[in-house]
Design a protein around this ligand. Sequence first.
Ligand SMILES: [Zn+2]
Length: 204
Amino acid sequence: MTTIEHAFLGVNIVMATGFERRYSWRLAAMCGLCAIAPDWDALTIAYSLELFGLAHRVWGHNFLVCFLVGLLIGCIDYRYDIVSRVLSWFCRIFRISNLDDNFSIRDRFSRLGLVVWIIFAEIGSLSHLVADIVSSGAADLPDWELKLLFPFSERGFIYPMHSWGDVGVTLIFVAGMFAMLKWNLKTKLIARLTLLAIIAYIVW
Ligand SMILES: [Zn+2]
């Protein structure tokens, strides 16, 4: 999946549980962030193509690093409310000032909240691996295996069912997003239907 599709997947997973109603939009945003995080290894392209070929879908796309990155993001975001700070920075840049208290920096914490944050951080992070295993290759791109057991094993895993960059998945997520805007009391049902539609589309 592309970066935006991974983010949509993470957000929809939280909304399909309805947990964002109790823990706010921040939980969905954090899960979306964790769902794109494993692609940090693609940043190696800034150094060289050789390093990118060596690192991408290896260094960040394995169970060990995914778990650690999810844990790190979950803990840091819960403590410092990174997603709200990014939103407030974004609003300052675009001079948006009419946000209500729901968007202010969180100042209440609990152990249960931290546990919920870590669980969804891990789910978001692992959703990336599942999505990349089934979404791989394209007309001019070969399948790209994930080394899920790195650094303990070099064995590659891939089960391509859907071409990377196929716009159908993006369109389903966007349709789901607009449906949530229109029927905002039915977001849980719409998120579940969106995920089911994504699975059906990929399998088909
Ligand atoms: Zn990836």
